[in-house]
Ligand binder design. Structure first.
Ligand SMILES: [Fe+2]
Ligand SMILES: [Fe+2]
Length: 242
């Protein structure tokens, strides 16, 4: 794996067994910023985050690099309803005729039932979705980091938590997978761009995620993290003072 588009610098890296991080560097903010999607390869491949509509050709090219044909995609999932998470949903539903949107029950109710070209598969908190050899578990995280409908996906076999906007870090030229500190960069970003809704709901949700004991965190913006993910999630709660 590696660069799949030389012009944009879009690249694909396997960050855990059969889990691929698709990353496009941008100059959205000073110092740069990445938009990442995660592809879980199996009989029924799943993409977590559709990417922005404007990035669709690049993400499709990267998905095809892994799957051979992007039309093989079976599930297109996202944490919450926002352009970088779900903006290209209908483009995916068009290019992959068997693909279904996968989201929270709340997301289906408030946005996806109306906005998506086909009805979504709504998952309840803790519900497992089989992809063939492996499955992913939906975890509701309402208002964490933002959005009533928010949730995340956990893949138990590789103990990977696709953690969406949690730990969002700046930088365009970042390693695909790192064991470096994720708290400092996340706090620095939150200081200039307070995307995380602080409140009494935050710590219980971070504790719920920590109990999954993830060994890999797939960040939507930044390097993926390899290490004690549970400890990092609890440290984030401490650092936020919630
Ligand atoms: Fe977001
Ligand atoms: Fe995001």
């Amino acid at each position: 794996m590696g660069i799949t588009n030389t012009e944009s610098g879009t690249r694909v890296d396997e960050i855990a067994d059969g889990i691929y991080r698709i990353s496009t560097p941008t100059s959205l903010i000073p110092g740069g910023f990445t938009f990442n999607q995660f592809l879980v390869e199996d009989e029924a491949p799943l993409l977590f985050h559709t990417g922005l509509r404007g990035l669709f050709p690049l993400v499709r090219e990267a998905v095809a690099h892994v799957l051979g044909d992007a039309g093989r995609l079976r599930y297109v999932s996202f944490s919450h309803w926002e352009a970088d998470e779900s903006g290209a949903l209908n483009a995916w539903l068009e290019v992959a005729p068997r693909a279904e949107a996968v989201c929270s029950v709340t997301a289906a109710l408030v946005s996806v039932n109306d906005q998506a070209a086909r009805p979504p598969r709504a998952l309840a908190d803790g519900e497992e979705l089989s992809l063939g050899q492996r499955s992913v578990r939906w975890v509701d995280t309402p208002h964490l980091p933002h959005g009533w409908e928010s949730g995340l996906l956990f893949e138990a076999r590789s103990r990977t938590l696709l953690c969406g906007d949690l730990f969002t870090a700046g930088g365009a030229d970042v390693p695909p997978l790192s064991s470096a500190d994720v708290i400092g960069p996340a706090l620095a970003m939150h200081e200039t761009t307070p995307y995380l809704v602080r409140g009494p709901h935050v710590r219980p949700l971070l504790e719920k995620l920590a109990r999954l004991e993830p060994g890999v965190l797939g960040l939507m913006h930044g390097s993926s993290f390899q290490g004690d993910g549970g400890r990092a999630l609890l440290a984030l709660a401490d650092a936020l003072g919630v």
